[in-house]
Design a protein around this ligand. Structure first.
Ligand code: FRU
Length: 434
């Protein structure tokens, strides 16, 4: 039987298990990415980050997101707006921030001057050994807080396992501010299936390649009233199971002039989606990815959708060093537009690039989020981070350390959109949301 088992394993190893995709899953292609060009409509003005006032004295902050209502509009509770951000005390060793990331929240009447409220969850309540990005939606006096549970609580050695999690609590607002109380149980609401979305085990088979299953983002489709969670994933299957498909690259004309390097196989970023069942945000039905970047890009972070003029604008962030071999692109915000929620996405501005750091400061800011009124929030790096950026996580050796790091909120920037083209507009004060 040992021999029979060995033979079965050997034979099955020869049959590629193709990553499953649905007809509606769109590819972001190598040909599209090859059209990336920085210009005045997509390049952020230079910011001297060292001169920015720190968003909050005692903490580094990076990924942020506002409290919204169920429809995705920025919420107001007794006149207060609420902003959540990943944070870490600013006196810890720079390399530690991701390992102890904690969601803290801020409240403000004018959306400009923020007061630190504290941690979102009571100490020790969340699942995972640290909290990574998510979203928060309020309904009927309650907050539904979605986050990424990274690692496992109590583990001795940090692992990078990522699971989508949530908890529901009460929102208490008075003239002094906002707080959250009476939290229910924390629940894991989605884990990778290995078919559409790569598991951590698959990512560890063979050599290299990304792993992400994170950043749950609430979305209600105004056309159908159906509700969803978008998330960052990687296409299912291990590196050795993947086979190249022409549609990943673009036209034959393009690939005949620009052959696809074998090493591009390591890139398999995707944008995942799950449907909310019976209006219960903790009950999710996993669906095939909205978009994949196989042989193109390894990390499509913090995906989110803004609906404008009856069109779906799907945005995501990625890093310089997440492009597949043979392709280049900046630390940037990227976007796609479609008339339908599923299928049909075309890259904005032909390449997908919407917003890029200025070439003289390529790591100036990151983790941009487009709000319903098309203002864009993100975070800025201060200090020297060499050629690494804070998003370089999830696949790094666990002892991976950042050289120097600090995070604060940069000026909010306005975006204008016309059909499938976008333009950067005015800058507003740091962390301004409306
Ligand atoms: C983006 C990101 C997110 C993740 C967080 C962890 O900056 O990589 O995808 O949730 O940072 O710090």
């Amino acid at each position: 039987t040992t021999l029979a088992l060995a033979t079965t394993l050997a034979v099955s190893a020869l049959i590629p298990v193709h990553a499953e995709v649905a007809d509606t899953t769109v590819n972001w292609t190598r040909e599209q990415v090859s059209k990336i060009e920085l210009n005045k409509d997509n390049t952020l003005p230079y910011t001297d980050v060292s001169k920015l006032e720190k968003f909050t004295e005692d903490y580094h902050v990076w990924d942020s997101w506002p409290l919204t209502d169920r429809d995705g509009n920025i919420a107001s509770i007794k006149g207060w707006k609420v902003l959540f951000a990943l944070s870490a005390p600013n006196n810890v060793l720079p390399g530690k921030v991701h390992d102890i990331a904690t969601i803290r929240y801020f409240y403000s009447k004018n959306g400009k001057d923020w007061t630190l409220g504290g941690t979102l969850f009571p100490e020790g309540a969340s699942l995972g050994s640290r909290e990574w990005a998510g979203s928060a939606m309020m309904d009927d006096g309650k907050i539904h807080a979605f986050y990424t549970a990274t690692g496992h609580r109590g583990q001795e050695h940090l692992t990078f396992e990522q699971r989508l999690a949530m908890a529901t609590g009460d929102i208490v607002a008075d003239s002094k501010g906002v707080r959250f109380e009476n939290w229910g149980d924390h629940k894991i609401i989605l884990e990778p299936d290995g078919k559409y979305y790569q598991t951590r085990e698959q990512a560890q088979q063979g050599e290299g390649g990304g792993y992400a299953f994170r950043d749950p983002m609430w979305f209600k489709d105004p056309k159908t009233d159906k509700e969803y969670i978008l998330f960052e994933g990687n296409s299912g299957g291990a590196v050795g199971d993947r086979t190249f498909k022409q549609e990943y690259a673009g036209s034959i004309e393009y690939t005949s002039k620009n052959p696809v390097p074998a090493g591009a196989v390591h890139a398999n970023g995707n944008i995942g989606i799950a449907e909310v069942v019976d209006g219960d945000p903790s009950n999710l039905k996993m669906l095939p990815p909205l978009l994949e970047a196989n042989y193109v890009n390894e990390e499509l972070e913090r995906p989110h959708i803004v609906v404008k003029d009856n069109k779906y604008y799907l945005f995501t962030d990625t890093h310089i060093n997440k492009y597949a071999e043979g392709l280049q692109g900046p630390e940037g915000l990227y976007g796609f537009v479609s008339d339908t929620l599923f299928g049909g996405y075309e890259p904005l501005n032909e390449s997908g690039l919407v917003l890029a750091n200025p070439p003289e400061n390529p790591y100036q800011a990151y983790s941009w989020l487009v709000l319903p009124n098309l203002s864009v929030v993100g975070f800025a790096h201060f200090g020297d981070i060499g050629d690494m950026s804070i998003g370089d996580i999830g696949h790094q050796p666990d002892e991976f350390q950042f050289e120097h790091f600090g995070g604060t909120l940069p000026p909010t920037v306005k975006l204008s959109i016309k059909g499938d083209t976008t333009k950067i507009g005015k800058e507003y004060s740091p962390g301004w949301i409306k």
